[in-house]
Design a protein around this ligand. Sequence first.
Ligand SMILES: Cc1cc2nc3c(=O)[nH]c(=O)nc-3n(C[C@H](O)[C@H](O)[C@H](O)COP(=O)(O)O)c2cc1C
Length: 353
Amino acid sequence: MKASLFQPLIIRSITLKNRIAVSPMCQYSAVDGFANDWHLVHLGSRAVGGAGLIIMEASAVSPEGRITPDDIGIWKDEHIPFLQRITSFITSQGTVPGIQLAHAGRKASHQSPWKGAQPLAKEEGAWQTIAPSAIPFKDTDPLPEAMSKNSIIKLISDFKSAAARALQAGFKVVEIHAAHGYLLNSFLSPLSNRSTDEYGGAFENRTRLLIEVVHAVRTVWPHDYPLFVRISATDWADGGWTIDDSVVLSAVLKNINVDLIDCSSGGNVAAKIPVGPLYQTAFAERIKKETGILTGAVGMINTTDEAESIISNERADIVLLARQFLRDPYFPLHAAKNLGVDVDWPNQYLRAK
Ligand SMILES: Cc1cc2nc3c(=O)[nH]c(=O)nc-3n(C[C@H](O)[C@H](O)[C@H](O)COP(=O)(O)O)c2cc1C
């Protein structure tokens, strides 16, 4: 029997040829939000390497939604043509192109990692960050501005326009980024959301913004294309967002036509995280079992056996690999070989198969 990792997965009208996805990874290599040759070669290599799905990095729905000035953006139509070139190449390799739509919230306006990762100074073009409440992520970060109703309405509209552009650019999967302490995540957690209006307080209020974003995106994102949401399944902190909350949220999202929950964790508040092999997989497993929604497992999935065991034991429906894909763009081709599965290689590479 064919290995589980190489069983196709059909979500709505889209078929993933295997269960291996490239997890979204910021490249901090864009100028004014524009993708360029780096992104084409980086993502293109992983399509050549046989991934079933590639989710392009956190792509900002507005200029202020960028973590750094070097982030990819999808806030203006001019961004579309080069993205189209990328999706067209990815598609030509039999890989499904996806994109993560993001707003960095109170973690925006920083330098890229290799430029220091500090808050931008005024002369570096710093901008005012936004959040549910005026609480910085780190004490050393500038104070974010608590969002007004008008700024929430604009945000929802920005996600919607970005999804419409993603469609035009040829993406087949949209993932809404509601993890890692970025704007939508910061609304979910009571540790970062102290708002007293209809977007803060009770669970129903803290989840309202994400739900409104999903509804808005679905009005422009075709019914037969998959919609994913990445969450931080737990804050790993006392008094914070928990896996129980994530189970309840996932059931709600399933009811409003979200197809898959991509289960990450942490990043919203300082916390001690027990990082190790498959350390977040239990979240994907529990959400899948208790709600019936498709899930993605991510985090320290580095070997063929680890990836195969997650799918064959039905702990998740796809695995998303990040750093392992930086080490080995051909991970899926190598995994197939390890599992004795015959998969297509690009014709140009057949002599090495
Ligand atoms: C260079 C780099 C950039 C990342 N950028 C993003 C991103 O844009 N969006 C996101 O949700 N996660 C991002 N992540 C997190 C990964 O998608 C993934 O969840 C995390 O690295 C754990 O998986 P791994 O152990 O396979 O690396 C990034 C990780 C790395 C290493």
